[in-house]
Write a protein that binds this ligand. Structure first.
Ligand code: G5P
Ligand code: MG
Length: 219
């Protein structure tokens, strides 16, 4: 990345649309700092904080955690960042988007538009290394040793909210609460949607777009 400007980006998409997978590639290729709201919340739960206890009761049901809780957590983290960043999973409601706009401008909003049937199949086979947020898929991106994290060798787990009935609740919640954000950012001319069923096909399209974008604004 050429210039010294800070790039402020969001990645939106339904649960399981590949936000984490694509973010991992973007942060490596464009030297962005990745801030994932779900990872922040799961860290709070593991640490047994009050915020974590409150969040857990919503997450296990596939519901969104209350806006003030996540706005607080994200604001604290954003305040620490001095480099270009990519925010994954936040905002998820119009009220969160408004809160974010009070704190910072955003340059680009990516949207991953992946069919729900594809998502349901993916999440059945997701495994994670909870402490780091590293994500695997049993067939598509398996760990080197089945059941173990590639970096630490620690055991992988499945997310409580990846049970089929909870996944359906998360998809319903997305339709009701988060989909309206697409119009919100479209009306600000910030939204770039990428449709498909394969991250390996979507990602090169994102790179092409981002490279052109950076040239156009003389990054
Ligand atoms: P999260 O953690 O933000 P979601 O529900 O938005 O959770 P999730 O499940 O983390 O999103 P993702 O990051 O979009 O999905 O997808 P991923 O992990 O990269 O990919 C999913 C699986 O598919 C992986 O196994 C991956 O390897 C595989 N995969 C990727 N691409 C392909 C492909 O091309 N082919 C195949 N075969 N597989 C592929 O939020 C969790 C909860 O926290 C709360 C909510 O309760 C939420 O439900 N929360 C918030 N609440 C309120 N406001 C907020 N802002 C909140 N943020 C989080
Ligand atoms: Mg994720």
């Amino acid at each position: 990345m050429a210039g010294s400007r800070i790039l402020r980006t969001l990645i939106l998409g339904a649960p399981g649309s590949g936000k984490g997978t694509i973010s991992k590639r973007l942060v490596a290729d464009y030297k962005l700092t990745h801030l994932a709201s779900g990872d922040l919340l799961r860290n709070q739960i593991s640490a047994g904080t009050e915020a974590g206890k409150e969040a857990e009761s919503f997450i296990v049901k596939g519901q969104l955690v209350p806006d003030p809780l996540i706005v607080d957590l994200i604001s604290q983290e954003l305040g620490k960042l001095k480099t270009s960043w990519l925010l994954d999973g936040f905002p998820r409601t119009l009220s969160q988007a408004e809160a974010l706009s009070q704190k910072t401008n955003v340059d680009l909003v990516f949207n991953l538009d992946v069919p729900f049937d594809t998502i349901r199949q993916r999440l059945e086979k997701r495994w994670i290394h909870a402490p780091s947020g590293r994500t695997y898929h049993a067939d598509w991106s398996p760990p080197k040793t089945p059941g173990l994290d590639d970096v630490t060798g620690e055991p992988l787990t499945q997310r409580d909210d990846d049970k089929p009935e909870t996944v359906q609740n998360r998809l319903n919640t997305y339709d009701k609460m988060t989909r309206p954000l697409l119009d919100y950012y479209k009306s600000q001319d910030l939204l770039q949607s990428f449709h498909g069923t394969e991250s390996n096909v979507i990602y090169p399209q994102m790179i092409d777009f981002l490279d052109e974008y950076m040239k156009s604004v003389d990054w």
